[in-house]
Design a protein around this ligand. Structure first.
Ligand SMILES: Nc1ncnc2c1ncn2[C@@H]1O[C@H](COP(=O)(O)OP(=O)(O)OP(=O)(O)O)[C@@H](O)[C@H]1O
Length: 621
């Protein structure tokens, strides 16, 4: 769904003229807002550059006819001087306008990229659309538009303006010399225009198809070059397998673009031949006409210049029109991405997010990841009381992380509601809600930033507060490890992206161990420890048993009466939680504290006893 005009459904079919115009206006609006002065300067240069060749041709004619016809020396000198100036302008003005085009293109590109990412950030506040493959391809094509097409639009758009002026001027010239030739040149240009439009559509449809192949190709290319994946790729001997898949994607993309290039070549060659035939015929006529005295020498030169000028101008216009058409079709992806309906509806005046005094209630919550996907949650009823730790346990795939994502309002329930202190999450602004939550996600991110920044991004207002960052590092049990790094907390946690530090020095960037990385993510969440809700989705799965016990006792001590949701498969780490909820078959199957659930002798008791027996069996006799 889109918010504005047009936008082809699949992204591959031609766009109606109305939509094209609308996109052209949007592009012009971008340029006007991005750099009004550069745009005004470029327009002035374009007019001058467009008319300079016509002026030079007419002056040449006057000079030549003046020479042959015995014009006064003084007038001839003036004309020759003017011709010299026009000649210089013909050479210099295109260079200046190219510079101005590039500069304006840069500024429009900046504005386009800003608009795209601002829109993505403001409209896509959940995950649904980002996880939708066709929309994701749209975003990629919109990014592609943002990085090159604004410049193309400026260059080709003003190029068309310049060539229109030049062509118009030479057409008038041809009209004066021989109207029939003007007609022949114009008619010869018509198939060119039609062919360019068709080719442009073909190119855009091909890019859409290639977009999918390119994404897969990049995925395989990354697999083959990223250190994280390298272990498995080497161990399982997957290099040749993934390389073959990558090359297959590349070959299919190549085949697609090759077929368009071939059609391009065929059509362009035919059109060039047609143009050459018209020009050649015109030249023969002009020579014969000069011989019979119908044309002067000046007429012949201006005629030759005009035929070349009109043909060059028309083919320039048509070629650039094709490029503009293509950029506007690409702009459709930009338009769709920047005007897409928000994935999380937010009321015009969202309710203020109240402090969590009572708790959070799941009321008959149903959820699935798409209309054709199976239900993950089938009527979950659960209260997370304020001031208490709730543990959520269940088998793999039972929906625990889904509950976390719903709590953070990364999706809305399909049915039912989640109430934060009595207010439906749908009535709240997701950003404000998230301000009140600290989370360690199961698939936490290790940013390619310094260790301090990796913790600091948990609360941007504390990014420069080294004391708070180190305190969080201490509580997450990662402080010692971080201080031992080559540059302490300022060490970059990457070996890939060493900007601003000594890339020659291997010690300047490091990779943390899995457990250390997890502690770092925990420290990031702990920076938000004073928030109303702390969610820990398997925060200690990578930690050794001692560290895990230590972290949980730290959390209990520091959180005190805070509200938290803990998810863990190691049930001994959640046995102290105020209540334990067991998620099974999309519902809360059991609820109570550890002792109650053991007494119930259900799923929890079975899992707990299984783990306990495992530890007992492993212990030395
Ligand atoms: N983004 C997604 N798109 C589609 N399906 C998803 C997505 N995320 C999870 N699922 C599916 O939803 C179900 C529940 O997944 P979820 O991650 O919530 O389970 P979990 O209880 O946290 O599992 P685990 O214990 O393995 O972490 C699974 O069947 C999973 O395949």
């Amino acid at each position: 769904m889109t918010g504005g005009p047009g936008a082809a459904g699949s992204g591959a079919e031609p766009l109606p003229a109305r939509v094209m115009w609308s996109h052209a206006r949007t592009a012009a609006g971008l340029a006007v807002r991005a750099a009004p002065q550069s745009l005004a300067g470029l327009l002035a240069l374009t007019v001058a550059a467009g008319l300079a060749p016509v002026g030079a041709a007419w002056l040449t004619r006057l000079v030549l006819d003046g020479l042959v016809g015995g014009m006064a020396d003084r007038t001839l000198v003036w004309l020759a001087g003017a011709l010299a100036v026009a000649g210089i302008a013909t050479v210099v003005l295109p260079m200046l306008s190219r510079y101005a085009q590039t500069e304006l293109g840069r500024q429009v590109r900046l504005a386009a990229v800003d608009r795209l990412y601002r829109a993505l950030h403001q409209r896509l506040r959940g995950l649904t659309k980002l996880e939708d493959p066709p929309f994701h391809t749209r975003i990629q094509l919109a990014q592609q538009f943002g990085s090159s097409s604004p410049g193309d639009l400026v260059t080709n758009g003003t190029g068309i303006g310049r060539d229109l002026l030049t062509t118009g001027g030479f057409m008038v010239t041809l009209w004066v010399v021989n109207p029939w030739l003007l007609l022949a040149v114009a008619v010869a240009a018509l198939p060119t225009i039609r062919a360019e439009l068709l080719l442009s559509r073909l190119r855009t449809a091909t890019m859409w198809r290639i977009g999918h192949a390119n994404r897969r190709q990049h995925f395989y290319a990354n697999l083959l070059s990223m250190p994280r994946e390298a272990k498995e790729i080497r161990l399982f001997g997957l290099g040749a397998f993934f390389r073959a898949r990558m090359l297959a994607e590349l070959r299919s993309a190549n085949a697609d673009s090759r077929s368009v290039d071939r059609r391009d070549l065929k059509v362009q060659s035919m059109l060039a031949l047609l143009g050459a035939a018209v020009a050649g015929g015109g030249l023969v006529w002009a020579v014969l006409a000069a011989r019979s005295g119908q044309l002067t020498i000046g007429d012949v030169t201006v005629f030759v210049a005009a035929v070349a000028g009109v043909q060059g101008g028309l083919s320039g216009i048509v070629g650039q029109f094709g490029a503009v058409h293509h950029a506007l079709m690409m702009m459709d992806h930009f338009h769709v991405a920047t005007t897409t309906e928000p994935d999380l509806p937010v009321p015009a005046t969202p309710a203020p997010v109240p402090a969590l005094v009572d708790g959070i209630e799941f009321r008959d919550v149903w959820f699935r990841y798409g209309p054709s996907r199976p239900w993950v949650l089938r009527g979950v009823n659960l209260v997370l009381p304020a001031g208490q730790a709730t543990a959520l346990v269940g088998l793999n795939g039972s929906g625990k992380s889904t509950v976390v994502k719903l709590l953070c309002r990364l999706y809305d329930p399909v049915r039912g509601e989640i109430r934060w202190n009595g207010v439906d999450l749908r009535d709240l602004d997701p950003d404000e809600l998230r301000q009140r939550i600290g989370t360690v996600f199961q698939d936490y991110v290790e940013y390619e930033l310094s260790a301090a920044e990796n913790i600091g991004v948990g609360d941007l207002s504390l990014l420069g507060d080294r004391d708070r960052i180190e305190a969080a590092g201490r509580r997450a049990g990662v402080h010692e490890a971080l201080t031992r790094l080559p540059k302490g907390y300022d060490t970059m946690l990457t070996r890939m992206f060493l900007e601003g530090i000594d890339s020659e020095d291997a010690d300047t960037g490091v990779l943390l161990s899995g457990g250390q990385g997890q502690r770092l993510a925990l420290a990031r969440a702990l920076l938000r420890e004073d928030r109303d809700l702390l969610i820990l989705d398997e925060p200690s799965s990578g930690l050794d048993a001692e560290a895990e016990a230590e972290i949980h006792s730290q959390l209990r001590r520091h959180r005190g009466n805070g509200t938290s949701l803990l998810i863990s498969h190691r049930l001994n780490t959640v046995r102290d939680a105020g209540q334990i909820a067991v998620l099974a078959d999309g519902q809360i199957a059991e609820l109570g504290d550890h002792d109650t659930l053991l007494a119930v002798d259900g799923v929890y008791a079975r899992l707990f006893n299984l783990q306990a027996r495992g530890y007992a069996a492993a212990a030395p006799a």
